[in-house]
Design a protein around this ligand. Structure first.
Ligand SMILES: [Zn+2]
Length: 286
């Protein structure tokens, strides 16, 4: 990819700039971003900020910045899979060797490791002491689009910067507004993670014809007491059924949607929420 400093994440860049000014940059970061290119650009932006000789740092135009952006700056190294399936130990070892030498141009090196979820186990293990106690000044930035695929031992040694967190909240709000929720209702709903988890279990158990779906139905009913949270549950179930229909099992998705539409009619005749969930779970078993 071509590096473009303007394609950084402004919010994360502001956060890193503060850390830099306060001399509190961490040894190692884990940038979590669905858009890995944005995270890579932000990592390069930080390396430029550190090394820029211009007035408005980073200007992207001084000699250091230009060298960094073009990949020709000896103290800023990018590690990528280069089209392979994984990042192996052979790609990590040179970083350690590099650290054994003194920096060529800068007082600190930047190692940027893209697609860190593809690190092999030996490569991840080789990284550990680099992340923990580097033998020379270095900022290692791991970039991933899936934090769950990063080894806990690696994760715990990094400062995690989640680029996607705000974006997810914004997307969720937009989705709810599109589906008739008012701003007040969204506020009342609050953090939806507790519902999301239960809804996911419930849906999955129904699909698997698992008797536990009845238990989950009741847990969900206990959790979603307010009208607005109940509306949220129905909306999310429909969204899952729609995704099923479009991307996974068309037949199962269609059947689930059908059942949910039937439930919509019953909702207007004031059948209580718990009974409706039971009905959905039992209906599915037929
Ligand atoms: Zn510059």
């Amino acid at each position: 990819m071509a590096i473009d400093l303007t394609q950084k994440s402004a919010k994360e860049a502001a956060f890193l700039e503060r850390a830099y000014q306060q001399k509190q940059l961490a040894h190692s970061y884990l940038f979590v971003d669905r858009d890995e290119d944005e995270a890579v650009n932000t990592a390069y932006w930080l390396a430029c900020l550190f090394n820029c000789t211009g007035e408005k740092r980073p200007d992207g135009t001084c000699q250091n910045c230009r060298q960094i952006i073009s990949g020709n700056y000896p103290d800023v190294l990018l590690v990528t899979t280069a089209g392979k399936q994984s990042l192996g130990i052979d790609q990590i070892r040179p970083l350690k060797e590099e650290l054994g030498k003194s920096p060529v141009q800068s007082s600190c090196r930047f190692f940027i490791i893209n697609e860190a979820q593809k690190l092999t186990l030996p490569a991840a293990n080789a990284l550990l002491n680099l992340l923990e106690e580097p033998i020379a000044p270095v900022v290692t930035i791991l970039i991933t689009n899936n934090v769950d695929q990063i080894l806990p031992t690696v994760r715990s040694r990094t400062q995690i910067i989640n680029f996607a967190a705000d974006e997810q909240v914004d997307n969720k709000t937009a989705f709810l507004i599109q589906n008739g929720f008012t701003k007040d209702q969204i506020l009342e709903l609050g953090d939806t993670r507790k519902f999301d988890q239960e809804i996911k279990y419930f849906y999955q158990e129904m699909l698997e014809y698992d008797l536990l779906s009845i238990v989950s139905a009741h847990q969900l009913a206990d959790l979603a007491k307010s009208k607005v949270s109940q509306n949220y549950v129905w909306l999310m179930l429909k969204k899952m059924a729609q995704t099923e229909l479009n991307d996974k099992d068309q037949q199962a998705g269609a059947k689930m949607l059908q059942n949910l539409l039937e439930i919509d009619k019953m909702r207007y005749s004031n059948v209580n929420f718990r009974n409706l969930l039971d009905y959905l779970a039992l209906q599915w078993k037929r």
